[in-house]
Every structure is written in C-alpha cells, then in structure tokens.
Design a protein around this ligand. Sequence first.
Ligand code: UDX
Length: 446
Amino acid sequence: MRISVIGCGYLGAVHAACMAENGHDVVGLDVDRERIEALAAGVAPFHEAGLPEMLYRNVESGRLRFTTDPTLIADADLHFIAVGTPQLSGKLAADMSYVDAALETVIAHAERRTENPAAIVGKSTVPVGTAQRLMERIDAAGRELLLAWNPEFLREGHAVQDTLYPDRIVYGLPDDIATGTQARRLLDECYAPQLAAGTPVVVANYPTAELVKVAANSFLATKISFINSMAELCDATGGDVTRLAEAIGYDDRIGAKFLQAGIGFGGGCLPKDIRAFMARAAELGVDEALTFLQEVDAINLRRRYHAVELAQEAVGGSLKDKRVAVLGITFKPDTDDLRDSPALDIADQILGRGAHVVVVDPAAANELRRRRPDLDVADTVAEAATGADVVMVLTPWKEFVSLDPAELRPLVKSPSIIDGRNVLDPHRWHDAGWQYHGMGRGVSIW
Ligand code: UDX
C-alpha cells in the first residue's frame, strides 16, 4: 500500500518506520525541516531502542521517505494523522490545532479518485467527538475521503515492539456500513502482518475508539496513583508499599504491573491525557464522572513534593547550599524524553530551595545542558555524587539500580540515599553505611 504519515514525532516516526517494515511504501511528512532531514538520513531524532536500525534499513530500501513537501502525500491510500495534541498553556484541554492543520493538508493534497477512495486514519489522542467533527469538515470540503480512528498505545522505550506486536488494534469506523466496510478493508490490508499473527481487533464506532485510548491511560494513571496513595498510608504506619504491591498483585484481578510506587507518573501522555479527558467531560456536562481523576492528578503531584521534603529532611532541614546528586532526569528509563518529567520537576523544586543540583542521566545529558544551563550536568555517577549531601535515584535506569553502595560511599559527603522509585535494596544500602529513604517503604527486617 501507499501510506502517508502526517507528523513525524514519537508516534509518527515510529509508525512510519513500522509500516515500511510491514512492506508498505511510506512517506512521512512534517513541518520541522531539521527533524525531517535527520529521519531522511535514517537517523532517529530521539532515543528509542531498535528505531535507528529500522529507519536506516527502510530508508535505504527506498520504501520509506521523509519530506516537508505536502504534495508528496497525494497518491497515498491511507493518510495517518500522528501529530501531537499537547496540553494548552494555562488550560486542561488539549491543543487541537495540529490535528486540524493535518486534516487540511490531506484535504488540500490528497488526489481526487473516482473509485477506491483513500482513508484518513487518526492515530493522535483526541477528545471524544473529534472524528465526527473532522468527518463533517471533510464533507463540507466536498472531498470523498474515508475516515477511521485507530488509536495508538505505544510506550516510549518499547515503541517499535508495541507497534509491530500490539496487544490489540482498535478500529473506530463511521456508522455508515458501506464506507465503514471500505475503511476496514484498507486497515486490514495495512495491518496484514499483525492480523496474521493473531492480534485481536476491536471494531467500534468513532466515540468508542476515541474513548478507548483515554480510558486506558486514565486507568494506568489511576493504578499508579492508587499505589502511591498506599505509599502515603505506609509512610504513616511504618508499612512497606513494595510488599503490599507484591501481595495484592498476585490477585489476577488486580495484576502486578503498574503498581510501582515512587515519585509518580510523567511523560508526554498520561498527565496531559487525564487532564484533557476531564476538560472534555466538563464540556459534555459529565464532569462528575471523572472527578476522581483530579484526585489521581493531585496524588501524583504530591509525590514530587514529598520527594523534595524527604531530601530536605535528609540534609538536616534546609537545602540551602547543599549539594544534591540527582540520578536520572527523564520521565522513565530507556528514553531521552523530558516532557513533564517528575525527576526534572523535583530537581527544579530543590534548586528553588537554594541547593546545588548535579544531574546525571544516560540519555538526556546533552539536551539538558542545552536547555538548562542553570543545572549542573555530570558525565558519571561518581562525578555527580562526589561531595553530595544527599543522592537521589529519580529514574530507574539499569545502571543506577545496580549501583554498588560500598563503592559510592567514600565519594559522598554524607551517605544519604533517596530511592525515588523503590528500586534499590534497602538492606544492602544500610549495610554499606547509608541512610536509606524509600517512598512508602518503612525499613523492616522482613
Ligand atoms: C503511556 C502508556 O503506557 C501508553 O500505552 C500510551 O500509548 C502512552 O502513554 P508512556 O508515556 O511511554 O506510555 O509511559 P509509561 O510506561 O506508561 O509510564 C508512564 C509514567 O508512569 C512514567 O513516568 C513511569 O515512571 C510511571 N510509572 C509507571 C510509575 O510511576 N509506576 C508504575 O508502576 C509504572
């Protein structure tokens, strides 16, 4: 098939590469010339395992092209919209201007066909009701284009795997049986390798497909905030939230995943998606249905404040002029993404209390140096930890989880460790002479 992917950010670049891997002829379109030049040279503009090799291979073969020229999308059978829907500044709602602009690009440049109309396929996370609105715009423009909604569930750090081997594929189709069936056939052909591998397909109408995505992210956010609220209870009672999570996780109905208490969730999706969902519910007059998400958000933000308070206590009550080593600054490991990173927020709050913050991160160091000259960025853990009054593990990169406390001990000024992700062995750190502070993790002999 001939496929266009509009928007070559995280979602679009990975989707374009994976669709070329599926055997299609793909053109990725973006307005960011620098990004397009990198992608066209087979270089991933962000850190994502497996992506550089896949980009290079498919660009080399000629199946994958990247461009800023919208006329090159004209002959595509499927036009994927994969642009961002960031949170509007000062509001909870999502900024839909990129989605609207992408639609106009397709309307303006997709070729006019007398039969076998092409389909526009929305992948961006959007407020429920968007597909209907876009369909009305397509009709008003007098274009014979099909429209389907096909949300994406990829996780950063696993984006290639998640796209090639998804848990499920969701098709949101129009209520009209004829155009719905046409769109479904095109999607089936596009995802033929995934369907052949037995991936379940859920077929639904537009609003359901749009809601699936925000419902999934809201559920994940709620699960994390739930366990973080239990961490607060554990802190108040001397309990250990890691044991608690293990014990409840054995129940299949609950499940052990996404029960890692710590400094909470961040990134480009979970925080903004739950806020946009609440904003949309308010517009629809059903805000009460999602009031609980306010609590989910509040618990999550409280974790960051709690980590700052822990650091302050650990250094004796005032952070002024103290040296704080921050290990990990991305919102999670295996990515260089700093969007709404809890670690960066905590580093900022500590900086705001007058401390000298030294950050080390395996993927984001250069970007951080460029964007944040006010933060001291070290190349190694040893460099960051030397002379530190407190060391904080805020992103559980493998190299931090496996640190040797005995080796680190002689470097620091004061052996105090804050385990912001509950990934270290408290006893091991204790035995090596450290004061260990977990998140809702009272240290017990058990
Ligand atoms: C998320 C969804 O998982 C994905 O399906 C969707 O398509 C996009 O949003 P992503 O943003 O890549 O993916 O991150 P995810 O792996 O979900 O982690 C989100 C945040 O939650 C991270 O900051 C992570 O550290 C945190 N987290 C995760 C916890 O604090 N505890 C956990 O148990 C799990």
